[in-house]
Design a protein around this ligand. Structure first.
Ligand code: ZN
Length: 313
């Protein structure tokens, strides 16, 4: 764990340099410097945004103490649409892991990290709104990811990753679903969403304290392999509180999941659609939820079969 004093976040002029040096420190020891990943950080993250994340993290804590030092790969490569939140959420995950001691993060856009000998050093991979065929032509890396997850590690999906690797069916099978489209409200896909806790007492939903909530984001409509029978939906859109443009809704059953978990042989998967806006990643409640989901994926926040079994409640 690399504690960081709050003072380091209070002087705007040193923020960028501080973030850069911390990032290097975070991935310094085990990854040779020459292989340091290309990163857009921190140049695409403003000083005040770092401060917002830092302030939000004041109330965020690791739900459980890691059983051992944990390492998480944050993968931000995109081959399709690229979300503006990507550098910011990558930074937020790195800061959350460091501040809480839950994990050390390596931020990258380099698929070579998925080579088996490199991947084995990680406990989980966070797919940070990736889009397109990021593993195209690399069957070796695809196989390594499948072995990684099914062999007992973790996979976390953020927002647009539902639109990633659509040509690689096993990726969707592991993640739990592919993006189909966004419904609209008053002609817009970004809207104030009413989100309900599917199971208010589920241990992974502690961050929300039993309260449904509203947040400005996009609603995702998913296509196969998504099915409630295959995974455990924890958050979903509360359709009773929203009116969507009928022509834009392709979901005949009114089911708009927002977040789910599933097990994948020995591994664990956590997906959350929240995150289109950068501000989502300095929302303390959402940050806590993401951290809890990451700790579940890592294997530190343990859930029994009763809490991970697929199916609607
Ligand atoms: Zn989006």
């Amino acid at each position: 764990m690399l504690p960081i004093s709050r003072r380091q976040f209070l002087t705007g002029s040193v923020l960028a340099a501080t973030a850069a040096s911390l990032s290097h420190r975070a991935w310094g020891a085990e990854v040779p410097r020459k292989e340091a990943p290309k990163t857009e950080l921190p140049k695409d993250v403003k000083a005040d945004e770092l401060q917002n994340i830092s302030k939000a993290l004041e109330s965020v804590q690791a739900r459980v103490k890691p059983a051992q030092p944990r390492k998480v790969l944050v993968m931000s490569l995109t081959k399709g649409n690229r979300h503006g939140h990507i550098p910011l959420s990558a930074q937020a995950f790195e800061m959350a892991g460091r501040k809480t001691g839950a994990f050390e993060a390596v931020l990258t856009e380099d698929v070579s990290y998925f080579a088996p000998d490199k991947l084995k050093g990680f406990d989980a991979v966070i797919f940070n709104s990736n889009t397109g065929e990021i593993f195209e032509g690399r069957d070796d890396l695809k196989a390594a990811l499948v072995d990684f997850v099914k062999g007992g590690k973790g996979m976390v999906g953020v927002h647009a990753v539902a639109d990633c690797c659509a040509k690689w069916k096993e990726f969707g099978d592991m993640m739990g679903g592919y993006f189909k489209s966004h419904p609209k409200q008053d002609g817009k896909i970004l809207m104030k969403m009413a989100v309900k806790l599917d199971e208010p007492k589920h241990p992974l939903l502690e961050a929300f304290k039993g309260q449904d909530f509203e947040i400005t984001d996009e609603i995702f409509q998913f296509r196969e392999p998504y099915a409630r029978a295959k995974l455990r939906v924890l958050l979903s859109v509360d359709g009773a509180k929203m009116t969507l443009d009928p022509a834009s809704t392709k979901q005949t059953d009114g089911d708009y999941p927002v977040s789910w978990i599933r097990t994948c042989e020995k591994g664990r998967v956590f997906y959350c659609a929240l995150g289109h806006q950068r501000s989502t990643f300095w929302n303390p409640t959402v940050l806590q939820y993401y951290l809890d989901g990451i700790q579940f994926a890592i294997g530190d926040l343990k859930l029994g079969a009763a809490d991970t079994a697929p199916g609607a409640k």
